[in-house]
Design a protein around this ligand. Structure first.
Ligand code: ZN
Length: 126
């Protein structure tokens, strides 16, 4: 995604960095859940009535991570809204495979990557 609009290029870069951050938190959450499960299994082998903590975590606070991730996703929606309002969209039609026999028609902007549906949905929000 690149254009001669400097402001839009900055938004694209911010979106990309923000998504990188979101993906980091998702991965971290997966590792924590998996590790917690393995630890619980081991503890249950050692103690038959091991008490699981109320907020379901041992070492790291998953709620805190989920909040951080939600903030980043909220920020990403704002960035994307600004992209949709600033882009001089050039829509193209394409087909994506949803199964080996079925494909779905989509219309998206070649510049910002947003679908026509998302662009229309965001048009009324400033
Ligand atoms: Zn666009």
């Amino acid at each position: 995604m690149s254009t001669d609009n400097h402001y839009l290029n900055i938004l694209f870069k911010m979106k990309k960095l923000n998504e990188k951050y979101i993906s980091f938190f998702q991965n971290m959450n997966n590792v924590i859940s998996q590790t917690d499960n393995e630890i619980y299994e081991e503890l249950n082998r050692l103690y038959s009535k091991y008490h699981i903590f109320e907020d379901n975590h041992l070492f790291l606070n998953k709620k805190l991570l989920a909040n951080k991730q939600a903030c980043l996703e909220y920020m990403n929606n704002i960035i994307n809204s600004k992209i949709i309002h600033s882009c001089k969209h050039e829509f193209v039609e394409d087909y994506i495979d949803i199964s080996p026999d079925t494909s779905k028609r989509i219309i998206y902007c070649e510049i910002c990557g947003n679908s026509l549906y998302d662009c229309n949905k965001n048009a009324s929000i400033k």
